[in-house]
Write a protein that binds this ligand. Sequence first.
Ligand code: GDP
Length: 204
Amino acid sequence: MKIKSADFVMSNSNVANCPKDHLPEYAFIGRSNVGKSSLINMLTQRKSLAKTSGRPGKTQLINHFKINENWFLVDLPGYGYARVSKKDKKTFQKYITDYFIERRQLVCAFVLIDIRHEPQKVDMEFLEWMGENQIPFCMIFTKADKLKPKAIENHVNAYIKELLEGVWEEAPNYFVTSSTNGMGQEELLSFIDELNTNFFKALT
Ligand code: GDP
């Protein structure tokens, strides 16, 4: 897929106010500093598209970008736990969970994971939450240029192993990317292109 246009549409904190267009939508989420803005800029071939959302005050918002006039790329803020009850029960921020549960147009979420690190509890729990709530998602490993090919393989395998030892029966789909050298860009855009085709086919 060629990126012909990429336009910022809106930011808001309430899924009810997200764009009403019935277009296929793809959300990008991960811990802060995982490389999300860089990945969005790399994918859309824009130097600072995601910086719009990086401005102070926009960090806790759901940011919609319209790509090629026919799909939405959604930049979600870094997730973390929100403490909700007296018992200190942990959950993720409500506007994030509401977004995933209520956004019908969401075709696939991309959960970003820094490939250099050991599996982190908050990431594993977030993936688990996505699975329990049947939200379609793939993992995107970021910053692969920081590792040699063999280490990439080892780190990915370690992650998958940990998932399979937990609640997962089957490992989620994943992509290995680098915003520095463009690794994974074509694969991701082709994947989205194919899902878009299916989305529009299903409407006819
Ligand atoms: P965000 O907070 O998730 O949006 O992360 P950023 O995109 O702002 O990236 C956080 C830091 O990681 C910055 O210093 C980036 O330059 C760096 N970074 C992001 N992606 C890559 C990558 O693919 N390779 C390398 N080497 N560094 C990256």
